[in-house]
Design a protein around this ligand. Structure first.
Ligand SMILES: Cc1cc2nc3c(=O)[nH]c(=O)nc-3n(C[C@H](O)[C@H](O)[C@H](O)COP(=O)(O)OP(=O)(O)OC[C@H]3O[C@@H](n4cnc5c(N)ncnc54)[C@H](O)[C@@H]3O)c2cc1C
Length: 439
């Protein structure tokens, strides 16, 4: 059976939020999907996402948002941004007429919920396997020896995408010469569902409100050298440096060792390397899948101490999102600076737009890999992602620039923005995914 070729309308490669949501979205449109995921992150991860309202709406459309919310999603009402004095610039949900600006969610919770929806879906076959080669158009070989053939092949295999490489995509890469340290932090004062971001010359430090009012997820961007020092600093020094960097806006900060998070259970593979969603023995259900963390495993550059993890920050963007019948989505196509917490949000927008375009083409009787459809989709998404990525890069550089009155200019800029509600509102509407175009 492993050597027989399995045919699908769509093959999706990638077990992250982007790949899992793509597989589910295509299946819900009535297409036969083969979903290949070499690892499925279903236990507490080290990655927290700030999901904007567009991502929330997409997951709602997929029918899984209620379950994500029932896990540990934490809504946030406002964002405070500053450089020298806390409170310089604030964005809040009320001024937009929204009940919140977005949600902090654990990557594992979202994947667990998507995974279970995929599991239950009659149009999906799940391959717990790794793609080892492809032959365009549409052939995929798995580590188990299985061969798959798809009319449309979706590469959602992350920042270090092999499909991107095998497909011959040209990808521009530029290091930010920074690393982001992530950790779960506890603080003396309640965050009151507010996110805090202070811009410093080495990069921004952000405290992202979690469900527990005394805990936030830290994303601290530093120059590569500073980050490496902070990774080896003893914990007390780290905590003190963090409290200083955040100007004690939430009181003293320290690394949380008991994040109060129990593992989420998900359904396990029936077979060591391949499983079929509909032939599971009842006894197999609800055993936890072994924890895995693909960044830690596959990216040797990731530094980890027991509770801090550092990610090298690299801006990547492919020139074209489509080649033959292979399309790239999410981090496989682009990685952006995490200062606005938009990476996964952009990936979900790629998926939503792709599924809409392909399904519309199909209704017109066109093939799933219709080049005009895929080209148009790729051009539109690239244009949008280039704007966002460029904006984050400029903001990152602007705050890193020293001297020549830059500090004063930035202060003035933030003060001005605070008093220009329509500009502020346009910015935050874009970040929340409430509108497509900022400029
Ligand atoms: C410090 C930091 C903070 C961030 N914060 C946010 C945030 O707040 N909000 C936000 O929206 N984004 C954020 N991001 C970005 C976000 O993490 C990524 O954009 C998102 O995880 C990308 O998802 P993905 O599914 O495209 O890729 P990944 O999550 O990397 O998933 C790729 C999947 O493909 C699988 N795979 C790889 N190769 C193969 C193969 N050969 N065969 C089969 N499977 C394979 C992997 O196992 C994995 O499951 C942040 C990023 C960083 C670095």
């Amino acid at each position: 059976m492993l050597n027989a070729e399995q045919r699908y309308e769509v093959i999706v490669v990638g077990g992250g939020v982007v790949g899992a949501s793509a597989a589910l979205a295509f299946a819900q449109q009535g297409l036969g999907v083969g979903w290949v995921a070499s690892s499925v992150q279903t236990q507490t991860s080290r990655r927290m996402y700030s999901f904007n309202l567009a991502s929330q709406a997409f997951l709602q459309e997929l029918g899984v948002w209620r379950d994500v919310l029932a896990q540990r999603a934490a809504p946030y009402q406002s964002i405070m941004v500053w450089q020298n004095v806390p409170g310089q610039l604030c964005f809040d949900a009320k001024s937009l007429g929204q009940s919140c600006l977005g949600y902090m969610v654990d990557e594992a919770d979202v994947i667990t919920v998507l995974y279970q929806a995929l599991w239950d879906h009659p149009n999906v076959q799940i391959w717990h396997d790794k793609v080892v080669s492809i032959a365009l158009p549409g052939q995929v070989q798995l580590a188990s020896g299985a061969h798959l053939q798809g009319e449309l092949l979706v590469g959602a295999d992350g920042a270090h995408s092999r499909l991107r490489e095998w497909g011959g995509f040209v990808c521009k890469e530029q290091s930010y010469e920074q690393k982001a340290i992530v950790a779960t932090i506890q603080h003396e004062r309640q965050h009151q569902q507010q996110l805090y971001q202070r811009f410093l010359p080495g990069g921004p430090v952000a405290l992202l409100a979690m469900l527990d009012p005394y805990q936030s997820s830290l994303v601290w961007t530093l120059s590569t050298k500073e980050a490496e020092c902070m990774m080896v600093a003893d914990e007390q020094d780290f905590n003190e440096a963090l409290t200083e960097a955040t100007q004690g806006v939430l009181g003293a900060c320290s690394i949380a060792h008991h994040a109060g998070r129990s593992p989420v259970t998900a359904r396990p593979p029936k077979h060591e390397s391949i499983y079929w969603g509909h032939t599971l023995a009842k006894d197999d259900v609800d055993k936890p899948v072994p924890e895995c963390f693909e960044h830690g495993k596959e990216n040797s550059q990731v530094l980890s101490s027991s509770s801090r993890h550092a990610f090298p920050l690299i801006c990547r963007h492919v020139h074209h999102y489509h080649h033959h019948n292979l399309v790239l989505v999410g981090d496989a196509a682009h990685t952006v600076h995490p200062l606005a917490g938009q990476g996964a949000n952009l990936g979900l927008m790629d998926v939503q737009a792709l599924v809409t375009a392909v399904v519309q083409a199909r209704h017109r009787g066109w093939p799933l890999d219709d080049p005009a459809t895929l080209n148009q989709w790729g051009r539109d998404r690239r244009a949008d992602n280039v704007k966002m990525s460029g904006l984050f890069t400029v903001l990152n550089q602007l705050f890193a620039k020293e001297g020549q009155g830059m500090g004063v200019l930035r202060q003035l800029g933030m003060g001005l923005l605070q008093h220009l509600p329509w500009v502020k509102s346009a910015m935050v509407r874009r970040a929340c995914g409430l509108t497509h175009l900022l400029f």
